[in-house]
Design a protein around this ligand. Structure first.
Ligand code: AMP
Length: 484
């Protein structure tokens, strides 16, 4: 048996004529269409391109619904799917190809590399004449299914090897805790090259035979207008702030939605509150990462805690490495097999008793709810004292003229690092730095009060809405500070 393809195709096989995906321009694919196309593509992959079990197939393609059929085809032939961010330049892609050494690279334009390249249109054309029947290559829980390169902003990207067991566990558990059923309709506006869009969004829907409204990219107005056709929406915090900036988002348009989830980056309390006030819904934050799939989810049964990412998912263990606030470590069937070509990282990224070190800093409350306070590498150490950015950001963000902020450490000859707040003002507001500093002083110990406040138009974010603190640190040097 092929663990994941059976999960992804099983529910659809019971209702082959049901719409699996409807695109923004009203194109429809049924579950039967997806199943047949995946069979045809599996035949093309093996017969025309000679792909065998364990081969890597890298893909850098726009978010067309047929891409899901290609993904499933790769799993059916036992290949390892390697999705690449569509925003990557050739320079970045070449480094990843060198590392993953795929047998086939599916993308529109040529690239100078030993890897064989195919255009997706070419694959689809060949698939039209291929048989829809394909005997899936057996894959068990330990068989590698995908390599996802982490979106780390420093150093060489690392390829996380995810197994069939990881992916199967992830979607079964999420379906359970989020009560997904075939009656759900997911509005899918996330990219397909990350865990969130592929292994959370698309997997949850496909594996229980739920339909998806498919948006090639996130357009806040379009999403707000189509929410009335959906029961579930999954977004990153930036999606929610952009939805709130539209006039289309209201109670009436969100009345059919039973579940809004957010993850991939921290959500501001102000966003939670504004969203609840505008729509009457609470956003359910979940926490996870490329290497582990989902780790925790807030509760959907009314026991949700704003500011927390919820308790560990059933079957997953979470602990804090030391003290009340410390490194978050995780263990369970969701944890990846290791980094591709980097066996030496096993020692540094896992504890001696086998827990994966997430690199996040957090705390668990007495009910086991996890709060993330930042990335370990983002902790600012000023004069030997640890400052957790989120604690300072929460205070700054509650200042009336502030829209959002990012707290980083900048090198300082005296303190080692100094706490620095990069601040975005609310539209139309003029930020008074002296007043903001006073405000921060009233709530924070003096070593945590930012020494520098830097006003910017917006914070640099990656495709998943994560503030790129390494990029901020690179951009800013003490000489550019404007508040002194
Ligand atoms: P990635 O591997 O690109 O999905 O990034 C994973 C990282 O995103 C985690 O290690 C966290 O730092 C961050 N993250 C994911 N979900 C959340 C969340 N709900 N709140 C805060 N940070 C999050």
């Amino acid at each position: 048996m092929n663990l994941v393809s059976e999960i992804l195709l099983g529910a659809g096989r019971r209702a082959p004529t049901k719409v699996a995906i409807v695109t923004n321009d009203a194109r429809q694919l049924s579950f039967g269409d997806l199943d047949r196309l995946s069979g045809q593509l599996a035949n093309v992959l093996t017969q025309r391109y000679g792909i065998v079990s364990g081969d890597r197939v890298a893909v850098q393609w726009n978010k067309v619904p047929e891409l899901l059929a290609l993904h499933i085809a790769c799993l059916r032939v036992g290949a390892v799917y390697v999705p690449l961010n569509t925003g990557y330049t050739d320079h970045e892609v070449l480094a990843l190809l060198d590392d993953a050494a795929p047998s086939l690279f599916v993308r529109p334009t040529p690239i100078a590399h030993a890897t064989r390249r195919a255009d997706f249109a070419e694959l689809e054309a060949a698939a039209r004449d291929a048989s829809t029947d394909f005997d899936d290559v057996p894959c068990d829980a330990d068989t590698p299914a995908a390599i996802l390169f982490t979106s780390g902003t420093t150093g060489r990207p690392k390829g996380a090897v995810l197994t069939h067991g990881n992916l199967a566990f992830n979607c079964r558990t999420l379906n359970d805790v989020w009560s997904f059923t075939s009656s759900d309709v997911l509005l899918h506006a996330l990219p397909l090259f990350h865990t969130h869009g592929l292994f959370v969004g698309a997997y949850c829907a496909l594996s229980c035979g739920a339909s998806m409204i498919w948006m090639e990219s996130f357009d806040a107005d379009a999403v707000a207008r189509r929410l009335c056709e959906a029961t579930v929406f999954m977004g990153v915090p930036t999606h929610y702030t952009r939805l709130l900036a539209t006039t289309a988002l209201d109670r009436e348009r969100t009345a059919s939605v039973r579940l809004f989830t957010s993850g991939s980056a921290p959500m501001l309390r102000a966003t939670h509150e504004a969203f609840t006030q505008r729509t009457g819904h609470q956003i359910v934050e979940r926490y996870g990462m490329t290497e582990t799939g989902m780790i925790t989810s807030n509760r959907i049964d009314g026991a949700l805690k704003v500011g927390s990412v919820g308790p560990a998912l059933p079957g997953v263990d979470v602990r804090i490495d030391q003290g009340l606030v410390g490194g978050v470590e995780v263990r369970g069937p969701n944890v990846f097999a290791g980094y591709w070509n980097r066996p030496e990282l096993r020692e540094s990224e896992f504890t001696t008793d086998g827990w994966f070190k997430t690199g996040d800093i957090g705390s668990l409350d007495d009910e086991g709810f996890l709060e993330i306070v930042g990335r370990a590498k983002d902790v600012v150490i000023s004069g030997g004292l640890n400052v957790y950015p989120k604690e300072v950001e929460l205070v700054i963000d509650s200042f009336p003229d502030v829209l959002e902020s990012a707290v980083i450490g900048l090198d300082d000859a005296d303190f080692g690092e100094v706490v620095t707040a990069v601040v975005v003002a609310r539209s139309g507001a003029r930020l008074e730095v002296a007043a903001l500093r006073e405000f921060a002083r009233a709530s924070l110990a003096s070593f945590k009060v930012p020494k520098h406040f830097i006003c910017v138009e917006e914070l640099p974010r990656n495709a998943m809405g994560k503030v790129q603190k390494a990029e901020l640190r690179r951009r800013l040097s003490v000489t550019t500070l404007i508040d002194e």
